[in-house]
Design a binder for this molecule. Sequence first.
Ligand SMILES: Nc1nc2c([nH]c(=O)n2[C@H]2C[C@H](O)[C@@H](COP(=O)(O)OP(=O)(O)OP(=O)(O)O)O2)c(=O)[nH]1
Length: 129
Amino acid sequence: MAAAIGPDAAGRWLMHRRPVGKAHAGLWEFPGGKIDPGEGPREALAREIAEECGLALDPHAMCEVGFAADDPGAAGGPRPVLLLLIHCPTWSGEPRSLEGGEWRWLDRQEIRGLPKPPLDRELAARFFD
Ligand SMILES: Nc1nc2c([nH]c(=O)n2[C@H]2C[C@H](O)[C@@H](COP(=O)(O)OP(=O)(O)OP(=O)(O)O)O2)c(=O)[nH]1
């Protein structure tokens, strides 16, 4: 699950830089994480964002806007990844780094220029262009 959190009053979106030691370290992503057993996608996203940066998202305001999947033919990791992008227009709080990643509010143009993992690149191109 990946969250497009925004726009804020300045038209910016919240992006997360993956910490050292994780897959795609140093690259910028739509923040989020995986669904735990027994959770729905929106609930999982709200939990992950609260854990990672302390923001409270409103699951009722969320809207699914796109997805990106690994190329099934590509030689790759241990499991296929399907990333669902959810627009989160309503939140409360200010992001803090609770799990080592970096957080920044950025506009579309800035997000375009960020180094991103492949699926986030696809999601950003579709969501912003
Ligand atoms: N955001 C993102 N994640 C990707 C891409 N390709 C890809 O294999 N992944 C993997 C990396 C992570 O294992 C997983 C994203 O889940 P996560 O945000 O919970 O990552 P994580 O490193 O904290 O989780 P883990 O795998 O260590 O349990 O998907 C991609 O293009 N974008």
